[in-house]
Design a binder for this molecule. Structure first.
Ligand code: AMP
Length: 450
């Protein structure tokens, strides 16, 4: 199926071609025709699935083909959990809508100036992309009116609820017309999200196209066990010197850790920058722009700050601190392997965190491969590469070849032989002995140099 067959108008098809998209993603193929028909949608999909275009293209088509009612309030309202995501969606609206005359959008997000946002609300707005907190501020001050909303999109609804926005979301939706079309996108459609969906939608079409397995089939997922902080630092250094590394997001558990790691990496000669919630919006925007321009090679980020980041050059995600929840893991690794590319996610795991490996495998239904870097092996031999689920016990069986313990006879990492992790130049920053190839644990010599 191609985009023209989905029923999109020529201006939008031109913008899609200019964006370099040739075929609709699965979620776009399913959602666009239904959205164009005015149906409410409940879509289970993740970032990276092309969901933004799935709701934005039909919304733009409606704006272009139907006159709006009287007033200045937005005709399309998109609610999304984070500032970064909101700015990204706003940019996508302008990109996809560049063939449309006088399209006006407003990004209403926390952390940026009220004055600018108020100016953007002085004239009629077509699309408002907002985080719930800031939109409530504007509503309470009487600066925005939602009575003109024709299409309401709740993006990453599960995340908004996790962040405690349920009341705000209900309050906001209560101020939009009951006749609106509602599209809800969420990683899960169960539990609280399901309850909210039942309240807010009418005869919604449910679309569940992206399984977690499909979503990350293009991301190689690896665990390296680390003895302590100093070992982790050496592993990180070695990984970043991998010649296959284009750009990387390193995840840290706290804002302070993100700052410290970024400083250390800069001192080791990497073009690194931190990204976390204590930075002003302007700083965060500049940092992200640095990633997009390729000036920054390594972004050291916290979970919330990095959510939704969409930079095609991110070839690697490194979990310096392992994620606390399996769900965070999925969001983290979704920063790589974007726009049809492949990616690699490496999690540095302390020995005491072994249970997290199992939690992640259960959640994603995919085995994590346990590896070591020659010369940087952990003192304690990693014994389990075996996923805790089997063909019958887990959501999906997984490939038995890939689920063998890394030290098992015959175990061979998919990339052995092309040296994907050869830590060239690993001698830098005290990384220990030179090694040419990344190999399975038992086959590698024990570390001597640490
Ligand atoms: P999203 O899931 O909306 O965050 O989109 C993820 C990435 O996929 C973004 O970089 C989009 O530009 C890109 N994208 C969206 N639709 C397509 C498509 N049909 N073909 C190729 N890339 C796409």
């Amino acid at each position: 199926m191609n985009f023209a067959e989905l029923g999109l108008m020529p201006q939008l098809l031109e913008a899609i071609t200019a964006a370099g998209y040739t075929d609709p993603t699965t979620v776009q193929g399913e959602a666009i025709p239904a959205a164009l028909a005015g149906t409410d949608l409940l879509v289970s999909s993740h970032t990276g699935s092309g969901k933004t275009a799935a709701f934005m293209l039909p919304a733009l088509q409606r704006l272009a083909t139907q006159p709006g009612g009287k007033g200045k309030g937005p005709r399309v309202l998109v609610l999304t959990p984070t500032r970064e995501l909101a700015l990204q969606i706003n940019r996508a609206a302008l990109d996809y809508g560049k063939g449309m005359r006088n399209l006006r959008t407003a990004a209403l997000v926390g952390g940026s100036s009220y004055a600018h946002q108020l100016r953007s609300l002085e004239r009629p707005v077509d699309i408002a992309v907002a985080t719930p907190g800031r939109l409530i501020d504007h509503l309470e001050r009487g600066r925005i009116d939602l009575s003109r909303v024709e299409i309401l999109v709740l993006d990453e609804a599960d995340r908004m609820l996790d962040m405690g926005f349920l009341e705000d979301v209900e309050n906001i939706v209560g101020r939009t017309p009951a006749t609106r079309q509602t599209m809800m996108f969420s990683a899960t459609l169960d539990g609280v999200v399901g309850n909210l969906a039942r309240k807010l939608t009418r005869d919604a079409r449910r679309i569940e196209v992206v399984t977690s397995e499909q979503q990350h089939a293009n991301v190689e997922q690896i665990v390296l066990y680390a003895d302590d902080l100093s070992h982790k630092t050496k592993l990180l250094d070695a990984l970043l010197r991998n010649p296959d590394m284009q750009q990387c997001v390193v995840f840290a558990a706290t804002k302070m850790a993100a700052e410290q790691i970024a400083i250390q990496l800069e001192e080791s000669g990497f073009r690194a920058a931190p990204l976390h919630g204590d930075m002003h919006q302007g700083q965060r925007n500049r940092t992200l722009q640095g990633m997009r321009d390729g000036r920054t090679q390594v972004l050291v980020a916290t979970d919330v700050a990095a959510r939704g980041i969409d930079v095609a050059g991110i070839s690697h995600v490194i979990n310096f601190d392992s994620p606390r929840q399996a769900e965070d893991y999925v969001h983290r690794i979704g920063r790589t392997g974007r726009a049809g590319r492949t990616g690699t996610a490496v999690t540095l795991m302390g020995h005491h965190e072994r249970h997290r490996t199992r939690d992640i495998e259960r959640y994603t239904g995919q085995p994590l491969r346990i590896e070591t870097i020659i010369g940087l092996e952990p003192r304690r031999r990693p014994t389990t590469g075996k996923p805790s689920f089997g063909p019958s016990s887990g959501p999906r069986g997984g490939d038995p070849r890939r689920s063998r313990p890394s030290g098992a006879p015959g175990a061979r990492p998919a990339h052995a032989g092309h040296g994907a992790y050869a830590p060239h130049g690993a001698a830098g920053a005290g990384a220990g002995p030179r090694s040419e190839r990344y190999q399975p644990g038992a086959a590698a010599p024990r570390s001597r140099a640490r």
